[in-house]
Design a protein. Structure first.
Length: 541
């Protein structure tokens, strides 16, 4: 592997760069997106301990003495009238795919006409995204949020005071969501666990109120917080299984990990359905264009006979969420929905189809429209937003790119948290398609800089990955120091440029400049949902 360093003036090679900044939208902030009426709520939440900003302590998600204390969560809910007992719940844990599976499932239930609450994390533009309500699936309105907050604030104050600062941002927000669902009289709530399962704040659902538990998969993310091994991660996530209630497995799982989870389910007399069963004959057939946006045409065919029988055949389903991993998430959600039908609730095949096709999630394989790309100052480029931040999700992103734009010139703009597997992430993306450049930048993580990886830190990881893979690259400095790389110096034009850039705005401009001379190019913003937030913030601005 060879690394070439070149130093030239950026303005000589990219003369149109300043034009971009003259027309660029203003930077995004939460305050500009959320109305001022939420100020009191947001200020209250900011007083609470926020592990999304600071990082989760070691073993915090394990069912041990070091784990989060569910006792304070139960006391808070008791103070609020135990709202978690006033609706039927679907509870979802797993390393990846939780949010997408929750979105598919909630969309299916709404298509049948049920009133549904959905609680997910993290959010991208506004905290209201974490709580969706009713038959439309819209984020809770600012008016409804602040009204409910003022209604329960005294109860929150009592418990926050008694717990002497131990209640976290996530715990209070989870209790708030459950209380709001109860007030809105939702029939079903789809609830995504935040960390692990056994000691997660969401794990307060009684077996009598649980429709089904879902474990999407098991991976190494948050390894330290969940005990340090895949086995301990599996043990933590299997903590959401409840006595006598069905368990849906997404998959695929390592055989001994799946055996651990199934043994746990058997000990609790919980019937198991696996979306990775050979009876799942779902296939991704082709990527098509609907109103100029890519959709994947799939057959969702489930003929699973395990502890419970699952059967549905849906042909030519047009999914907005792209990639074979999203087809697997769709199958997992469908298995969970069919458990509801097995329990006597109405659910038609037509509603399943409609729900799957309507499901959409910001920042997961999201292509912007041509008009949106122009508003960002990126005319002529396809723009893809994906919050991938692990090795597995990077692999899924690579597959989406290969199937949607296999021949396109490619630029990645990457920003990540400092506690992620930067090396594994890089290895999955370095060899994707016609890679022209990778531009590294930094964005705040959960509104704070403490967990942000620097652009140079990310670049070093990709240099190491290129060495490991034997890939020749050209390594550049930053425009701040007027270091520059020119594509004309690359051998046969195929050596990717790795470019460290501290400014997010400069990164967008630089990425577009690289593709400016190409007839077909795609810019991918990835590495975290927070860089997605930054892009959508510019668009919103």
């Amino acid at each position: 592997m060879k690394i070439f360093s070149l130093f030239k003036s950026p303005q000589k090679i990219f003369p149109k760069r300043q034009d971009f900044f003259n027309s660029a939208p203003r930077p995004f902030s939460a305050a500009s997106f959320d109305s001022s009426e939420l100020k009191e709520f947001m200020e209250y939440m900011e007083t609470l301990k926020n592990y999304e900003k600071s990082g989760v302590p070691k073993n915090a998600g394990t069912d041990s003495g070091d784990g989060f204390d569910l006792g304070r969560m139960r006391y808070l809910l008791q103070q609020l009238g135990n709202p978690q007992s006033k609706f039927k719940a679907f509870h979802i844990a797993g390393t990846k795919g939780k949010g997408s599976t929750a979105t598919f499932l909630a969309s299916i239930l709404r298509a049948e006409g049920y009133s549904v609450g959905c609680y997910t994390s993290p959010h991208i533009r506004t905290i209201r995204e974490r709580i969706t309500l009713g038959k439309t699936g819209e984020p809770v309105s600012g008016k409804a949020l602040i009204s409910h907050f003022l209604k329960i604030k005294k109860d929150l104050d009592i418990v926050v005071g008694l717990e002497k600062g131990q209640l976290s941002h996530f715990e209070v927000l989870t209790a708030f969501a459950f209380s709001l669902f109860a007030e809105a009289k939702v029939q079903f709530a789809v609830i995504e666990a935040g960390l692990g399962g056994a000691r997660d704040a969401t794990n307060v659902i009684n077996s009598s109120d649980l429709v089904v538990a879902i474990i999407t998969n098991i991976g190494e993310e948050h390894l330290a917080a969940l005990g340090g091994s895949l086995e301990s991660v599996a043990l933590a996530k299997s903590g959401i299984i409840k006595y006598g209630r069905p368990l849906v497995l997404g998959g695929t799982f390592l055989p001994h990990i799946e055996r651990m989870i199934i043994d746990r389910a058997n000990s609790l007399c919980s019937p198991v359905i696996s979306a990775s069963d050979p009876g799942n004959r779902s296939i991704l057939k082709v990527i098509s264009r609907v109103s100029q946006m890519p959709r994947q045409l799939c057959d969702v065919v489930l003929r699973i006979k395990r502890d419970l029988c699952v059967f549905v055949e849906l042909f030519d389903v047009k999914l907005r969420l792209l990639g074979s991993h999203q087809l697997q998430n769709a199958a997992t959600a469908t298995c969970a929905a069919l458990c509801l039908r097995h329990q006597g609730w109405a659910l038609s095949d037509a509603s399943i189809r409609t729900g799957l096709e309507d499901a959409f999630l910001l920042g997961r394989g999201q292509f912007l429209t041509c008009k949106e790309a122009e508003v960002l100052g990126l005319p002529g480029a396809a723009v893809l937003l994906d919050g991938a931040h692990t090795k597995d999700s990077a692999q899924a992103l690579a597959n989406v790119i290969k199937t949607t734009y296999p021949e396109a010139s490619l630029v990645f703009v990457v920003a990540m948290a400092n506690d992620k597997d930067h090396l594994g992430f890089a290895r999955e993306l370095l060899s994707v398609g016609c890679l022209e450049a990778v531009v590294f930048t930094a964005v705040n993580i959960a509104g704070d800089k403490s967990r942000t990886a620097s652009a140079s830190q990310l670049r070093d990881s990709w240099i190491q990955a290129s060495r490991d893979m034997g890939i020749d690259i050209i390594c550049c400095g930053t425009t701040k120091h007027e270091d520059q790389c020119t594509p004309s110096t690359r051998k046969s034009g195929r050596q990717p440029i790795l470019f460290a850039e501290s400014s997010f705005e400069d990164s967008m401009s630089f990425g577009h400049s690289i593709l400016h001379a190409k007839s077909c190019g795609i810019i991918v913003f990835t590495g975290s949902l927070h860089i997605v937030s930054a892009v959508l913030g510019h668009l919103q601005g």
